[in-house]
Design a protein around this ligand. Sequence first.
Ligand code: PEP
Ligand code: MN
Length: 340
Amino acid sequence: MIIIMETGARSEQTQRVIDFLENNGFKVRYNIGEVHTVIDALGDKTTITPGRIAAFDGVKEVKLIREPFRLASRDRKNEDTVIEFENGVKIGGNNKPVVIAGPCSVEDSYDALLEVANAVKESGGQFLRGGAFKPRTSPYDFQGYEEKALKYLKNASEATGLLTVSEIMDATELPLMMDYIDVLQIGARNMQNFKLLKAVGQCNKPVILKRGLASTIREFLLAAEHIMYNGNNKVILCERGIRSFDSDFTRNVMDIASIPVIRKYSHLPIIVDPSHGTGQRYLIEPMAKAGLVVGASGVMIEVHNDPENALSDGKQSLPIPMFKDVMGRLNKFMENIENM
Ligand code: PEP
Ligand code: MN
């Protein structure tokens, strides 16, 4: 790391920083200029974090040369992580992008879920999504059908051959999820629920980690790092839009640039969720394409058999006929991207 001392920092302040670093095994070089002093320290940042150095009097700024997300970083592993499922489906690298689609919430009708699942399967999708434990902004909104929903998902998976994705909100749900679900989802609201990240890190299921409502790319990758640090490398990132000042026309601001940025700095696959990213049905197709063009390894789309009566996120869900049309075009689009 590079430590920049305040202009006019006293030499004893600089010396205290140097002594501290050297006593902790860092190799230190420094340059005392007429105005600025810069310290260059090489050593183990897991014991001495930049925050500890920043706390010393006279320190202006501490800069890391390497990104703090080590396991998720391309510095550590340059080749793309590919997550492979028993049925041969692969996410990441140069594989064809995957489609994860289904209702926001699994509702109280297995037939309705199966209708959506059949449409996903027929349209070439690989994963059926559906919420069983729902993180709702209001306690008065529908909270999910929990185990009943998980059972419906598993049955629909057996009927169609689709893999399943569902959100986990609390570590206590893990045993149930392990039985019923193929991919765990950590929602935007829980991106920095560190105990949950640790719990899913200690299991071996693939995890879709959604970007927090107001998190930076670095925070996003550090959240992935928590999962990997605890032993689970099967992390799929998901750009689902972030908060900004303009929510007149879209629910969130979809940060399209985060996709190539993440691909540059991390080997983990990243998918795009234009349903939550925009909150608008008509924006799903163009924003899915935009995500794919810049390197997303998959798309997540909300689909409902009757969006006007959906228990959650109807406005950003495609009705089944529209989903089939969109998928017809997305499949062609994905083939063209492969050849680009
Ligand atoms: C969802 O996938 O239905 C969901 C709640 O997503 P997010 O966490 O991105 O809001
Ligand atoms: Mn939703």
